[in-house]
Design a protein around this ligand. Structure first.
Ligand code: ADP
Length: 678
């Protein structure tokens, strides 16, 4: 019945708590959540704007860097030898007003005839007539060889020397001395790598090819491989300019001679094929750049310098074609390998919009291949910005590095809604904990109160019952002897005294509980009061043999105190000592006078108090576990009253106890305490 009642009360309180705290909390939480979302949306918008600005600055930086590069490269005041050979510069050329194209720098494998810088140098045939006669007509090889070696010693002209060397090597071969021929070719390859024979045959390649042929005929496999690699690398990065026929000739011959199925050699051939297609494309482009523009590529002027920029996006090449009409009617043009340019310049260009590196940058081609990454911390929310029309169709991907969670929260302003949210959640949790705590406390007190009522009723009923029984016996003259009668009377007196003390306790308690209790402080001799109290207690002791010892200091000062209240303190402490004495029959009371206080100790040797109970026995209605188990009666308000009275006297109540060994309650009352107040 009781538990159903407290259960429904609990439910009611939780319901009220939900209505009063949880619902408004949820509403406020929702508002805060909306705030956080709005805040987040604002930040995202701001970040998008920032990235957009970054992309614009980045594209502008590309434009201005291209313009600057073009101006530097075509500046006639800077000698071309001191201009850096940039890996991304595929070709740089000028076209005069007559339409003549001059290549200044390039990475072509071969050069169209009309653009070749060197023209065939004519060898004076007369000087070699004798050699040719000895070698070809009369077939007198040793004499012919001597003739050329003689020439070699005498001549200072590289053209003459090359001719003589080539003829010597050829004669060694004819004389079946391949080792010697190889040595001569090696000398040609080393010393005249950048020279052309008859102004058109690249000597280095020719010598290389002859060496490979000798390697092949002598079965020198390892040497053949090394020479093949050297030859292909030279073909890939020519050290002098020659035309397409020469290239094709050496390319075809090398394909026939060099054994394939070697991964390194195969990859060199593959690279060469790509470069060949690129060279063809570049040559077409150099001759007819307008074709690019007609193919739909945009022709955009960069800046005020009148430099036009055409994006080139073909299978062979991704590049930009820059072109600039200079004041003297000369048109300078340039082809820039765009991926290579981005690889080498992006890092520098990014510094402009984003010096603090708070943005992750990626550049992808239109197939989604990564060309350049600069990722400080991988993020998912990349924004894509297509490259502008004057550049190849690449994409710039930017994402902002979001600061850490804590940094965001600490950032002024931006975390305010989150804090509110947190605060509401905290308040709700605290409110809930507090409600549950108060509820439990309330229910605990209620339980204690009910127990108190039942205990007190019992306490009241038992002395009343015995008084009634004894009165009945006396009234009906059932008690025979005078001696018995007198025992009955004193028992009745004792029981009624018990009743009176109990009622005093209850009345005092209710007065103290709501602070109605008034004290009447007078000058009091505690020693005298105690002596009388102990005397009367000895008389009313329930059983004989109980020893109450009293000791005191020689001189006990008079203090200001409430007489009845202190009697109540004595009664409650001594009554407890008697009740909880167990098998012991001794109680020690002492009154000790100290400098500034009076100390009253009530010591018993009874059941003692457990550590857990020591903390609670001064709480109202609390009764120890052990007394309840042993069936010792009580109300649970005695010590609460003692404590309140002592506090009203500005004193202290302390306890020392060990279960099974007894307890000592110590009351100290300051001598100055209430004197000042009264
Ligand atoms: P009551 O004695 O009526 O139960 P009190 O407030 O006087 O109530 O005491 C509270 C509890 O303190 C007791 O129930 C008992 O457990 C413990 N107690 C008090 N005095 C003693 C004592 N002298 N020895 C052992 N336990 C004591």
């Amino acid at each position: 019945m009781k538990s159903t009642h407290s259960g429904s009360r609990r439910k009611k309180i939780i319901l009220f708590y939900s209505l009063a705290v949880v619902l408004p909390g949820i509403f406020l939480g929702y508002l805060a959540y909306r705030g956080i979302r709005n805040d987040q949306a604002l930040r995202e918008k701001e970040s998008r704007r920032k990235l957009e600005l970054n992309s614009q600055t980045f594209f502008a930086a590309i434009d201005s860097s291209l313009v600057q590069f073009m101006i530097e490269q075509t500046d006639d005041t800077i000698p071309s030898s001191s201009k850096q050979d940039n890996p991304f510069l595929l070709a740089s050329l000028v076209k005069d007003s007559t339409g003549f194209i001059k290549l200044i720098r390039h990475k072509l494998l071969y050069v169209p005839d009309e653009m070749l810088a060197s023209k065939p140098e004519q060898l004076s045939q007369t000087g070699h007539d004798e050699g040719l006669r000895l070698e070809f007509r009369e077939q007198r090889f040793p004499e012919a060889l001597r003739f050329y070696q003689n020439k070699l010693l005498k001549s200072n002209e590289p053209v003459e020397k090359i001719f003589a060397l080539v003829a010597s090597a050829r004669l060694y071969l004819k004389m079946n001395q391949p080792e010697k021929a190889k040595l001569v070719y090696e000398q040609i390859r080393t010393d005249y790598l950048e020279c052309l024979l008859n102004g058109q045959i690249p000597v280095g390649l020719m010598a290389g090819l002859e060496i490979m042929k000798i390697n092949q005929s002598l079965g020198e496999k390892d040497e053949m491989r090394a020479n093949s690699l050297q030859f292909l690398k030279l073909l890939r990065q020519p050290s002098c300019e020659y035309d397409k026929n020469q290239f094709d000739l050496f390319y075809q011959s090398s394909k026939e001679i060099i054994p394939q199925k070697d991964p390194v050699i195969d990859s060199l051939f593959a690279e060469l094929d790509i470069e060949r297609a690129r060279t063809d494309y570049l040559i077409r482009l150099i001759n007819r750049p307008d074709l690019m523009a007609m193919n739909g590529n945009n022709h955009i002027n960069l800046g005020k310098d009148g430099i036009s920029c055409i994006p080139i996006y073909s299978n062979e090449l991704v590049a930009v074609y820059l072109s600039w009409e200079k004041s003297n009617g000369v048109r300078a043009s340039m082809v820039i390998d765009f991926p290579a340019y981005l690889k080498s310049s992006s890092e520098k260009l990014i510094q402009k919009p984003d010096p603090n590196s708070s943005v992750n940058v990626k550049i992808e081609d239109n197939n989604g291949r990564l060309i350049f990454p600069r990722v400080i911390q991988e993020e998912t929310g990349y924004l894509t910005f297509p490259f502008p029309d004057n550049l190849p169709q690449y994409k710039l991907l930017l994402s902002e590095n979001q600061p850490g969670f804590i940094t965001t929260l600490l950032k002024a302003g931006s975390g305010i809604y989150f804090y509110i949210f947190l605060l509401i959640a905290l308040l709700m949790v605290l409110g809930f904990v507090f409600t549950i705590y108060t509820l439990n406390e309330e229910l605990r007190l209620n339980k204690l109160k009910s127990e108190f009522i039942s205990n007190v009723s019992h306490e009241l009923k038992s002395p009343l019952t015995s008084i009634r029984m004894m009165t009945e016996m006396l009234t009906h003259n059932r008690v025979q002897t005078e001696e018995r009668k007198s025992a009955y009377y004193s028992a009745m007196l004792e029981e009624s005294e018990r009743l009176s003390h109990l009622i005093d306790n209850i009345l005092d308690f209710s007065g103290m509980d709501d602070d109605r209790k008034k004290y009447d402080f007078i000058d009091l001799d505690l020693n005298e009061l105690l002596l009388k109290f102990i005397e009367s207690t000895r008389e009313r002791l329930p059983e004989p043999g109980f020893d109450i010892r009293y000791s005191r200091s020689d001189r006990v000062p008079v203090i200001r105190a409430d007489k009845n209240a202190l009697l109540q303190v004595f009664y409650n402490l001594v009554d407890n000592a008697i009740k909880f004495s167990g098998t012991s029959r001794q109680i020690d009371i002492s009154l000790i006078s100290k400098d500034d206080e009076l100390l009253l100790c009530v010591k018993d040797y009874g059941i003692g108090i457990s550590g857990k109970d020591q903390e609670k026995i001064f709480d109202r209605f609390y009764r120890g576990d052990e007394p309840q188990r042993m069936g010792i009666r009580g109300s649970g308000i005695g010590l609460t009253i003692v404590k309140k009275i002592i506090e009203a006297h500005k004193g202290r109540l302390t306890l020392e106890s060990k279960p099974g060994e007894g307890s000592t309650f110590m009351v100290s009352i300051p001598l100055s305490g209430v004197n000042n107040r009264q």
